[in-house]
Design a protein around this ligand. Structure first.
Ligand code: ZN
Length: 152
């Protein structure tokens, strides 16, 4: 049995995804920043995430790329959610975001702010990789260990 998302959250989900897909926030390159590219071959999404650190704080974050509405909206909302946070806070948020998308997700939305709308992706398991792509690229950029990640 799947766990259908409440109708009002579903409407908010669609509205939010479409808005960020149409007008992605922080859609630009940051010169001299840490960066990593993520690729989701199942859907054809490509996203490059740029992170500028000031000590341990994420002073600026942006992305470029092309892909489906979910991958773009997720990258756009991720940049808004982690801007100004510490590295550890960004990583903790990624963990919670993944939890939100998992089948055990209900309940994880607490305190997630606008990111909570991604609970709607749970109804489309094939799209979970689209939603986490930018987050994986962010982690790769922060660790610098793997400049290109694939969700396959
Ligand atoms: Zn996609």
């Amino acid at each position: 049995m799947s766990d259908p998302v409440a109708p009002d959250l579903r409407a908010l989900y669609e509205e939010t995804i479409l808005d960020h897909n149409r007008r992605p926030r922080n859609f630009r390159r940051i010169e001299g920043a840490l960066s990593a590219e993520g690729h989701n071959p199942l859907c054809g999404d490509r996203v490059t995430v740029y992170v500028l650190l000031d000590g341990d704080r994420i002073a600026d974050v942006a992305f470029e790329g092309s892909g489906c509405a979910i991958s773009k909206a997720s990258a756009s909302m991720m940049t808004e959610a982690i801007h100004g946070r510490s590295r550890a806070e960004a990583e903790a948020l990624l963990g919670r975001f993944r939890g939100l998308l998992s089948p055990e997700g209900p309940g994880a939305a607490e305190g997630m702010g606008k990111l909570a709308v991604f609970a709607g992706v749970r109804d489309f398991p094939a799209r979970v990789k689209c939603a986490v792509l930018a987050w994986h690229a962010l982690t790769a950029a922060l660790t610098g260990a793997n400049p290109a990640v694939s969700t396959e």
